[in-house]
Design a protein around this ligand. Structure first.
Ligand code: ATP
Ligand code: MG
Length: 423
């Protein structure tokens, strides 16, 4: 026998029952996102590889190890999108939002692709709900707090258990350079003992050593950072970070300042954050994000050094894990048409659908009983029975599947009858 095909490793089918849960989540997400003035944007599933390299950074794990290229696309220099920010900023510039709006707030919902080692909560194709607020009007502690509030609002709406917000500040671009030099000098004293990963990140992105999970690296980091409350930020960056915290406090949003939180991507500046939740095991982040004050400039917005942005992405699969099992909604059908011959049911089913009444029917010469079973399985509210007698009288027997009450209705009145009965 030929081999059976299976869903690719690290991906999954979302089957019809689950899709109803996804649909409900997406509807709730769109409602909340729109209430913050965000507008939906849909960018392609793949982009130029160079876009990801320039925005996320050559040394980020995503670019280094996790970009998924499809053979044909790879030759032309494309890769499947591992995240959403780079493409949104690309589109923002390409479509001149920078020239026409002081601040643009976008959201997206869709699949992302990373060449990960699959495990619980870690897939190769997963889905994110993301937000990006970009513009010249964008460097505001209020905006940072608003975007953080939005992320928490969404998680609350989805019923995620015990969400915990951790924030930190990486400072401005200039701060980051000073801090990198400082970290290289301090951590450098222990360089040969750091884990392999950290040694290789040392030149490219020394910040990553701060959130390394290796026990020895953690000890070194604690020794180096021990005397400090956080990263050595400039005064203005520190003021900015304090006003973000004050604004969050005013909004009564609980958070924790986590001095070792750095996030792995080059484009982050100032505020960075991560949200963890209960019930996720070792992959406990449901979402993360941060401010990116030079990304617009770096992606070709010439002279646009004042264009700031902030965004986040929430992982939908992890949201479901963290929200626990909720009863899946059921898809019901208004009418199932039962007939001895498909040709008797066919035109009527189509007529009902055109009238906005959902309808289905059997296509083979199945027994009356098995057709009624199928009507039950499909959660039909009514069975419309076209027996010989009924057909002769240009009528149908309409059976209410819940009450089992049956009535004979003339076919010419059937739509009117059903509309009333269904409302
Ligand atoms: P992690 O630390 O778990 O690797 P990350 O820092 O790579 O996460 P981000 O790039 O910030 O994650 O993506 C935001 C969110 O997207 C994560 O918090 C998570 O919920 C989700 N996510 C990221 N990678 C995956 C994946 N491979 N499978 C499922 N969800 C993911
Ligand atoms: Mg990751």
């Amino acid at each position: 026998m030929d081999k059976k095909f299976a869903v690719p490793r690290g991906t999954s089918d979302i089957l019809p029952d689950r899709v109803l849960l996804w649909e409900r989540l997406e509807t709730a997400a769109r409602r909340v996102l729109k209430s913050y003035g965000c507008r939906e944007i849909r960018t392609p599933m793949y982009e130029e590889t160079a876009l990801f390299k320039r925005s996320l950074g050559q040394t980020s794990d995503i670019v280094n190890k996790q970009l998924l290229a499809l053979a044909a696309a790879k030759e032309e220099g494309y890769a499947l999108r591992p995240e959403g920010t780079a493409a949104v900023v690309r589109s923002y510039l390409e479509n001149s939002f920078d020239k026409n709006e002081l601040l643009s707030k976008f959201f997206y919902i869709g699949p992302m692709f990373r060449g990960e080692r699959p495990q619980k909560g870690r897939l190769r194709q997963f889905h994110q709900i993301g937000v990006e607020a970009i513009g010249i009007d964008g460097a505001s502690a209020f905006l940072d707090a608003e975007i953080l509030a939005l992320a928490m609002h969404l998680l609350e709406e989805f019923g995620v258990q015990g969400p915990k917000l951790k924030i930190n500040s990486l400072g401005s671009r200039e701060d980051k350079e000073h801090i990198s030099a400082w970290l290289r000098a301090e951590l450098g004293k222990y360089k040969s003992d750091l884990c392999e990963n950290c040694r290789s990140r040392f030149e490219g992105n020394v910040f990553r050593v701060l959130d390394c999970k290796n026990e020895f690296c953690k000890k070194v980091v604690r020794a180096v950072m021990g005397g400090q409350k956080g990263l050595p930020l400039s005064e203005s960056s520190l003021d900015y970070f304090k006003s973000v915290q004050n604004t969050l406090e005013n909004l009564k949003i609980n958070f924790e300042v986590s001095p070792y939180l750095v996030r792995g991507l080059d484009y982050y500046t100032h505020t960075v954050f991560e949200i963890t939740a209960q019930g996720l095991g070792s992959q406990d982040a449901v979402g993360a994000g941060g401010r990116y004050d030079r990304l617009v400039h770096d992606l070709g917005g010439d002279g646009k050094t004042k264009f700031g942005g902030i965004g986040f992405a929430l992982g939908i699969e992890r949201i479901f894990l963290a929200a626990g099992d909720t009863a899946a909604p059921v898809q019901s059908l208004d009418v199932f048409v039962v007939a001895t011959q498909a040709q008797d049911a066919f035109g009527l089913a189509q007529q009902l659908r055109r009238a906005g009444i959902s309808a289905d029917m059997g296509f083979s010469a199945a027994s009356f009983k098995s057709q009624m079973n199928r009507a039950n399985k499909l959660n039909a509210r009514f069975a419309l029975i076209l027996g010989e007698e009924e057909l002769k009288n240009k009528s149908a027997a309409v059976k209410n599947m819940q009450t089992s009450v049956q009535e004979i209705v003339a076919l010419e009145n059937i739509i009117e009858y059903l509309r009333k009965a269904l409302s």
